[in-house]
Structures are given as C-alpha cells and as structure tokens.
Write a protein that binds this ligand. Structure first.
Ligand code: UN1
Length: 499
C-alpha cells in the first residue's frame, strides 16, 4: 500500500473534502507509486485561504528579524535533510541526483538570504520640502500570498516565492505541481518544524484547474506568484487583473547560446551539452537553440552530435546516468510531436528524435537527446518552447545576425554567448533581449541572490531572486511626521517661500 499524504489547512493535516486522491509515480519507473495525495477542489482552497487570513493577523506582528531567524532554521533543516529530499525528488520527477541536490541547495541559499533580509528589509528616507517634517517609507506585508509552482524545480522555485513572502510577513497558500507533491510536502513540514505559525502556511494539493485557478479567483488572496507556461500565465493574469491583485509571473523561455568563430570551442561544447540536456531539457532556462557562426559550424556540429550520442539515459539515482526521464507520458508525446513538426518544416534530424525503450528504460518515459540542423528562425521549433531534450541549431554569418536570430522569439529569459572578444561580448549584453545573459557560460545556472526573470512573453516585469523579489511581496507605506505644531501645506507654503 502506498503511503497516504495530506493537505495542510487551518493548522491540521487533512484529506480533501471530497475524499478523492491521486497517485504520485516515478517517471523512471511508472510501476513505482510513491504516495497517494489529496485531489483537492475549490472548497479546500476556500478553507485554506480563510486559515491564511487568520494566520496573517498573527504572523505580520512578528518582528522581521525574528521571522528571519525562522528562515535560518528552515535553511538548517534543509541542510540536515538535503540528501533525503534530493532522493525523493529524483524519484518523483526524474532528474539526476546531482541536480536534485543542487535544487535543494538553491532552497538553502534562498533561506539564508531571507534570514539576512529580516534585518534589512530596507525602506527609504527623504528630506521634506517643509521645516520640522520627517518623511520615511517602509515596507509592509500584503496579506495572503497564493503560490503556484511547477514540477521542474520542486524545491528551489517554491522557496524563491514562499521564503520571501513569509519573511515579509505575508501568509501563504501553496499549491505545488501535481507531479511533485512529495517535495512540496517536505518543504511545508520543515517550515512548521522551524516555527512558522501553522495557519500562516497552508498546503493544497491538486491540479491547476481544480486548485490553482480557484486560488487565483479567491477574493481573499492578495498576491499571486506563478511559475509555468505563458498560456497559463495569460489566463492567471486576466483573472487576477479582474480582482486587481498583485501578480508575479515567471513564464516560458526559448533560450539560445551563440558560439562565435573565435570562441573556446571546448568550453562552448561543455556549455551547450549541460544547457540543452541537463534536467532533460526541462528548465525554463534550458538551451533550446544553438546559434553557430559559419566558420566553426561544421566542426562544432560534428563534435556536438558525437557527445550527444554518448549521453547515457537512465534512472537519476544511478550515478552513471547523464540524462533522466521526462516528467510524464503526455509531455513525452508533446516533445515527439514537436520533432514531427520540425521534420515537416524541413529541419534535418541528426540524432535522437525518438523515445528510448530498451531494457529498463521501457518502464519510464525516456526520450533520446535530439539535435536538429538546417533550422531557420521562422520554424516553430525555433520559436516555441518544447520543454524537453531538443536542440535546434541555426547558422549565422555575423554577430549582428546572431543577435537578430537570438531575439526572434516571443520569449526573453536566458541567453548566452561564447566569444573571447570583449567588444563582441559587450555588444551582445547591450542588444540581446533577455532578462539574463551569460558570457562564456551556458544559459542555465542562475544564482539565488541575483534577479531572476525575463522580458517579453517570459513574464510581467517582476524579478524573483535576490532583493528584487522583496518588492513583489511588500506594499510601500509612506509616512509623514509633522512636528512643527502648525498646519503646513505642501506645494502651497513652499510656493509662498519661493515668491
Ligand atoms: C527554471 O528553469 O525554471 O538557472 C529555473 C537555472 C536554475 C533555475 C532554473 N538555477 O537554471
């Protein structure tokens, strides 16, 4: 019998009110059921939001440095349980153990950053235009934060949102992706163990349509933070727009790596292999396009295909595995349908392009790392997010053309250029349309203390990570203290003085 897991609502672990459940299975071995989780609905969301409203009243009164101390304890607990959480994560979503450890580490970094922020959470002061008057602005919490997260970073992304939301004094209703309910549950357990008041953190399992959308629609939710596809982001945006809610969106990407003729090719090759096929290509920041200058094109493609063919597919818990499974059958079908689109569009398949089913691989959802050449910027495989191990290679003549091709998608999350020419590097930094640009590094590997997010259809202008996320989860309050003992009129008294 698989272990039964629960929601956490109003300070209690509980079933969905409907009593329904769903299974959490291992994408490397679909026969393995990791647990049974509540299939929640609107009524569970409503209860969770009402609990969070109560939790907010208590939590907002806790001084920020004390909230920071709790974040420090969460970080310590994540350190203590890192290996165990990483193994559970590999089982529930497939990426290799080295990467799931990194995912937990990103949560640890975010916790310790939040701990320090408890003693900063800076406001601003400015001089008044009038005498004996003092002006200051402070940050205040917003209220109930609805947090909806994807399955590709089951620990890191929830922590990017939940830790700053809590540190700022908000309460949280958390809906993890239904492919990764286990890691989400572990996170909530540790938050409670560290001392977050029970009603300030609520966990509701289920799907986007039955839990996510009701959470966005609920009038008691004041701020929403979502990471996922641009299509769902648009839907959330229009619902929360009607409610005049605060909203932060981190959406799709179609990230490219440029390699110029003068680049260190060994380095660029390592970069693209890691960027395109790490996490089985299932990162918002994954390298899904490779833009090569014509002088190195032939040699680079040849070396790339050879390296890619040698990548070993397998269970992420096996230390010899390079590339784990994709998340589920539906996603594998989606990836394959893009491969067919690419072929129809006239791109040439050099390797991969099919599921891998030999031996034990038949038990899971494996897809061979895939490379297309002769791709043009107009093709769908060059523009749309595939979210799998598929790399589209494009050939260009100049830096200008490389940047133009890089910018020719609706997205703008991450980007990269390999060159040894400082002038070319700075031109790229200036003209690439993306929230993140790497010089001589792959498109993946953002650090927790720097702004993370993108331009164009990748988001709605917010940045997570570092201190920028604290703007998402706070309201500014401006305070004027008049200690002159008389009525002073801004703009009017000052005008008199000028006369
Ligand atoms: C994501 O792909 O959704 O920069 C997040 C990176 C990771 C975070 C990725 N630190 O690839």
């Amino acid at each position: 019998m698989a272990k039964k897991f629960h929601n956490f609502i109003a300070g209690k672990w509980c079933e969905a009110q409907s009593g329904q459940t769903f299974e959490n299975r291992n994408p490397a071995n679909w026969d393995e059921v990791l647990g049974v989780f509540p299939k929640s609905g609107k009524e569970d969301v409503d209860k969770a939001v009402r609990s969070a409203q109560e939790g907010f009243k208590e939590w907002r009164k806790v001084p920020a440095p004390q909230r920071g101390q709790i974040m420090k304890r969460v970080g310590d607990l994540l350190v203590k349980h890192k290996e165990d959480i990483a193994r559970g994560m590999t089982k529930e979503m497939g990426k290799v153990l080295m990467e799931t450890r990194g995912d937990v580490q990103e949560g640890i970094d975010t916790a310790y950053y939040a701990a320090g922020e408890g003693r900063r959470l800076f406001g601003q002061t400015a001089p008044s235009e009038l005498p004996s008057k003092f002006c200051v602005s402070i940050r205040q919490p917003i209220g109930v934060a609805g947090v909806i997260t994807p399955w590709n970073f089951p620990m890191a992304i929830p922590t990017w949102k939940i830790f700053p939301a809590l540190l700022c004094g908000n309460s949280v209703v958390f809906k993890p992706a239904s492919d990764v309910p286990l890691t989400g549950t572990r996170l909530v357990e540790l938050l409670l163990e560290a001392g977050v008041p029970p009603k300030a953190i609520n966990l509701v399992h289920g799907t986007g349509s039955t839990v996510g959308i009701p959470l966005v629609e609920h009038p008691g939710v004041d701020v929403i933070s979502f990471t996922g596809s641009s299509a769902v982001g648009r839907q959330i945006s229009s619902i929360s727009g009607q409610g005049l809610k605060r909203l932060s969106l981190e959406l799709g990407g179609k990230n490219a790596q440029i390699v110029m003729d003068d680049a260190n090719l060994d380095l660029a090759l390592e970069g693209v292999i890691w960027g395109a096929f790490g996490t089985t290509g299932q990162r918002c920041t994954a390298t899904s396009r490779l833009i090569l200058q014509e002088g190195i094109y032939e040699e680079f493609v040849e070396r790339l295909v050879e390296r890619t063919r040698n990548l070993k597919l397998g269970d992420g818990l096996d230390s010899s595995t390079d590339v784990g499974p994709v998340i589920n059958e539906k996603q594998r079908e989606n990836i394959h349908s893009y491969v067919e689109v690419g072929q129809r569009e006239g791109a040439r398949l050099l390797c991969g392009g099919e599921s891998a089913n030999e031996g034990k691989l038949s038990k899971g959802f494996f897809y061979r790392p895939t490379i297309f050449v002769d791709v043009t910027p107009q093709m769908r495989i060059a523009k749309e997010e595939i979210f799998g191990p598929v790399l589209a290679v494009l050939k260009v003549k100049t830096l200008d053309e490389a940047i133009e091709v890089l910018n020719a998608t609706p997205y703008g999350l991450s980007s990269s250029i390999y060159t040894q020419d400082v002038n070319q590097a700075f031109r790229a930094i200036e003209d690439i349309e993306a929230g993140i640009t790497y010089i001589n590094g792959p498109t993946i590997g953002a650090e927790a203390h720097l702004p993370f997010g993108g331009v164009k259809d990748t988001g709605n202008g917010h940045r997570e990570g570092g201190w920028t996320v604290y703007d998402i989860f706070t309201e500014w309050k401006t305070i004027y203290v008049d200690y002159s003992g008389k009525l002073q009129k801004a703009q009017i008294d000052t005008e008199k003085e000028r006369a």
